[in-house]
Design a protein around this ligand. Sequence first.
Ligand SMILES: [Zn+2]
Length: 192
Amino acid sequence: MQPTHTQVAEPATDPVTAQTVTPARALRAAALHLTRHGWVQGSYYDQTAAVFTPAACVVGAIGMVCYGGPVEAPAQHFDQPGWAEFEAAVTHLDRFVSAWHGADSAYGFNDEPGRNAQEVLDVLAEAADVWELLHVSCPVCGEPVYSRPPTDWHMPESWPVPAYSHRDGTPLCPVSGSDGVTPALPVLAGGA
Ligand SMILES: [Zn+2]
């Protein structure tokens, strides 16, 4: 990574919208891609697929969600929109699988003989949870939050379902704004 690309978030000041592509959001979206379109080993994408949403390996799936489509050698697209998000997500996943699963990298974890798709999905969810536990919090109570819709959301359908919830599934603490009283937007705590 070039020094000019270093992203350092000020503690607890950057609001995170539902659209912000954090490493955790990229990993969860990659899991969704694998669930919907399938998982492969040994290459980024299913080489026989003629569709825009091919089955992918875990790194290929992260590339799909960050670049918006399949690209050759997704780690090499330094100047494309989405590269910083791709790099941050893969770097976090590399660290996670090496610390907790004894793999040398996300590629190695994906391609290990005997690996199955469910193990890959589980690791993506765990890695996303860990990233959010460390980096995203509710600005009111300071609790860590997860990018999962609240489990007890009972507002009328015209209200958008929040992208984030407290760890116990409740919406983020209420704040008053131009739209009235709404759940707070989470904030990034510490660097990426
Ligand atoms: Zn809160």
